[in-house]
Design a protein. Structure first.
Length: 285
């Protein structure tokens, strides 16, 4: 089952339950004002089954404007969790090579703050490339939806936009390479139910369109992600509480060739059959 947030005609954000390819139940009619209320529920699966059998208002998915499912959660990201990502980052900079090599093999993962919730782009909203540097790329990542009690309650998609030249220039520039206006997109909805073993059978795709042509098409299987999900959550939540839960991007396994820097107007599509498609146009910021 998939949860979403959508914009109503009155410009309100309502939580929704996607019950088939084209139908969404408006959960606001059941007095659910936030997805967070559901994500904290230990009997979520059962509650969603009950909603799906109810006579809540049914709305057509293709006519609605979906919003990011991120409400009040901070967004964090893990890095160098796939072998391909490790190799690409080594090629980027000799200086950083040892750091990337070490973190790939270390017990403690690389984890970094990515975005405040209010700065996250939703479906069809722009993602940014910095004007003060060249060679920006999208990073297509599975995102874990974690509640305030450290439980993984669902999965969504994230785009960890990155200014690669800046990142390669000096590792200390990483926060500037990773955090700027529109550098993070999350959506289109949250898939609840599956366990890690099932999620690891899924495949994530990244497609980039320039004008009417495909600039890049790539994919990776999620079983190539090195670290167990609970280990990532364990490190993220050590000595740190998230009263509204937290979203954790799990790192990228799809690395673009050096000649495919993004340009304003490009369209990025991150697709995963079991979650949906996160599509965003690129804007210079
Ligand atoms: O250390 C740099 C960032 C790594 C990252 O974002 C990734 O591997 O996805
Ligand atoms: Mg990343």
């Amino acid at each position: 089952m998939r949860l979403c947030r959508f914009q109503t005609e009155r410009n309100e954000a309502h939580p929704g339950l996607v019950i088939d390819e084209n139908t969404v139940l408006d959960l606001a009619a059941a007095n659910i004002d936030r997805l967070e209320t559901l994500l904290e529920n230990d009997n979520l699966d059962q509650q969603l089954v009950e909603f799906s059998k109810s006579n809540l208002p049914r709305l057509p998915l293709e006519e609605m404007r979906l919003l990011t499912p991120v409400e009040r959660q901070e967004v964090w990201a893990a890095g160098v969790t796939y072998l391909r990502s490790k190799k690409a980052r080594k090629a980027e900079s000799d200086f950083a090579a040892i750091a990337y090599e070490n973190v790939y093999h270390a017990l403690r993962p690389e984890l970094f703050f990515k975005s405040l919730p209010e700065k996250v782009s939703g479906p069809l909203e722009p993602v940014g490339i910095r004007k003060d540097t060249h060679w920006s790329v999208p990073e297509a990542e599975l995102a874990l939806v974690i509640n305030s009690r450290r439980r993984i309650v669902g999965y969504t998609l994230g785009n960890d936009m990155s200014a690669r030249r800046l990142e390669g220039e000096n590792l200390l520039y990483l926060p500037q390479a990773k955090i700027y206006d529109h550098s993070c997109a999350v959506g289109p909805c949250i898939t609840v139910g599956p366990d890690e073993a099932e999620v690891r059978t899924w495949k994530i795709h990244l497609d980039i369109k320039r004008k009417d042509e495909w600039l890049f098409k790539g994919a990776t299987a999620l079983d190539r992600l090195k670290r167990p999900f609970n280990v990532l959550v364990d490190y993220l939540t050590r000595s740190q509480t998230f009263p509204h839960g937290v979203i954790l991007l799990t790192g990228t396994g799809i690395v673009l060739p050096d000649n495919s820097a993004l340009q304003e107007g490009d369209i990025i599509k991150i697709c995963l059959d079991e979650i949906g498609t996160l599509e965003n146009p690129v804007a210079a910021v």
